[in-house]
Design a protein around this ligand. Structure first.
Ligand SMILES: *Cc1c(COP(=O)(O)O)cnc(C)c1O
Length: 468
């Protein structure tokens, strides 16, 4: 199976294999890698997922994308290890909230957010690929919250990889910081930068732009444009749907959305054969994706800070993959549209492509007051605390009518409430308890370095950390 870029033209990237696509992340022509065709499961194969361990379904789904580049037993072992780090025996269990309303709990991983599902697998894929190629990489990650913790936790102690996590001083929560700074492994460095998240991202960009530097430290990134992360996220759409009667009946999903990686993974599951009636893309007031499906205009706005910070995004990188699909894989058109978007901040989705998207996707945005109300209402109706990201999707789900009442609607719960204790307490008056005693975050010493938000200074630091 080859992976192709979403962009075409004279400078188009050459098709590459799965392992190379995993290491590359972004294609050299600026596009995103997608498989040249979608692998599929038969109805019987999907039905047979029922009752299987999560790791076994993961190996089956990801195996379709790796297509022989990783021996089956190695992939099975990787998945068993990755999902063995989760605190729930079902990995991503489904619970019921109301009549035909369900919650897919994706937050039982080591850093309490769904980023663990993909990151735990990605770190093992990296280790396998780098070992077999005899290569070493330096991953640098700029984080405003959940990604840094999930990446540090996943890559700590791995051979052939070192990781530097940069975060803006004083702008992330204590829980989020401690997930990074209490890690003792020597292949991890944490940098508290005296600046904003935008400063951190600008420094990361400067590192990639400096070819000499990037080569000297073997620079890599693990952001959500990496196709392996999408493939790993397609898995829980299968396991949760099958638990509720698929493929014999259709299900629907409500997905708390920022960068559109998770919602695109739902689309991937559909292309692989999972019968899904609707994918509801739920955003907070940063509603670029909800508006795109509503009025056909994908247009960048200003980022507003909300109580669901992991979704405070106004450019949803993975939308390029859906666009490419909806224009029938016309790479010239996709390249044109997204290059223009970089300048103008607007794409008017062609009517035919919009109609194709709307066959499966719908959008709904939820403001701050309704997000708080959804947390309180869920506590009152079910006795459960939910986090603000999940609340955004629950609010959207409750405002949506599906073509059939009989279709189960599965809301993805992307973070544990204890990761956002202030917002949960403000909405409900209850402080969530921290679920994983094994993490002992509060009493461990922290380890990080403080630097000015100056690209040259940070690059010197990374060079010396990488021994380059
Ligand atoms: C990252 C994140 C999201 C958004 O996922 P995307 O794939 O970026 O759309 C939602 N909720 C939580 C808790 C997250 O960490």
């Amino acid at each position: 199976m080859k992976y192709v870029s979403t962009r075409a033209g004279d400078s188009a990237a050459q098709p590459i294999g799965f392992l190379d696509a995993v290491l590359a992340g972004l294609a050299p022509d600026g596009g995103l890698y997608v498989p040249e065709s979608w692998p599929t499961f038969t109805h019987e194969e999907i039905a047979a997922f029922a009752g299987q361990p999560y790791a076994a379904v993961a190996a089956a789904v990801i195996g379709k994308f790796a297509d022989g580049e990783i021996p089956t037993d190695v992939l099975e072992e990787m998945c068993a290890e990755a999902y063995g780090t989760f605190a729930h025996a079902a990995t991503c269990p489904v619970t019921q909230l109301g009549p035909n309303l369900f919650l897919a709990e994706l937050f039982h991983g080591p850093t309490l957010a769904f980023k663990d599902v993909a990151m735990q697998l990605l770190s093992r894929l990296y280790e396998y690929i780098l070992r077999s190629k005899g290569r070493t990489l330096t991953i640098v990650c700029a984080t405003s919250g959940d990604t840094g913790g999930a990446a540090v936790e996943a890559f700590r102690g791995r051979s052939n990889v070192r990781i530097v996590a940069m975060f803006p001083e004083g702008r992330i929560s204590e829980v989020q910081r401690r997930f990074m700074t209490t890690v003792e492994d020597r292949n991890v460095a944490n940098l508290s930068l005296e600046g904003s998240f935008d400063d951190c991202q600008a420094i990361l960009k400067a590192m990639f732009a400096d070819g000499q530097f990037a080569q000297a430290v073997d620079l890599s990134a693990v952001n959500s444009i990496n196709f392996a992360r999408i493939a790993a996220q397609a898995v829980y759409y299968f396991t949760t749907a099958v638990a509720l009667g698929a493929p014999h009946r259709k299900v629907a999903f409500a997905v708390p959305t920022g960068n559109f990686g998770d919602a695109f993974a739902a689309y991937v599951a559909v292309k692989m054969g999972l019968p899904v009636e609707r994918i509801l893309v739920a955003t907070n007031s940063n509603d670029i994706m909800a508006r795109a499906f509503e009025d056909g205009r994908y247009s960048r706005g200003n980022v507003a800070a909300t109580q669901s910070p992991a979704m405070d995004i106004q450019v949803a990188s993975n939308f390029e993959r859906l666009y490419f699909e909806a224009v029938r894989r016309d790479g010239l058109e996709t390249g044109r549209a997204f290059r223009a978007f970089a300048d103008t901040g607007v794409i008017d989705i062609p009517p035919g492509a919009l109609a194709t998207m709307r066959e499966l996707f719908g959008g709904a945005s939820t403001g701050e007051a309704d997000t708080s109300r959804a947390m309180l209402a869920t506590l009152n109706e079910t006795g459960r605390l939910i986090d603000p990201h999940t609340a955004v999707a629950i609010s959207a789900a409750k405002r949506t009518t599906l073509p059939s009442d009989a279709t189960p609607l599965i809301v993805l719960s992307t973070a544990h409430p204890a990761k956002f204790p202030e917002a949960v307490h403000a909405a409900t008056g209850v402080t969530p308890t921290f679920p994983r005693a094994d993490r002992h975050l509060a009493d461990k010493p922290e380890r990080f370095d403080r630097l000015p938000a100056d690209a040259a200074v940070v690059m010197d630091y990374v060079r010396s950390f990488a021994g380059a």
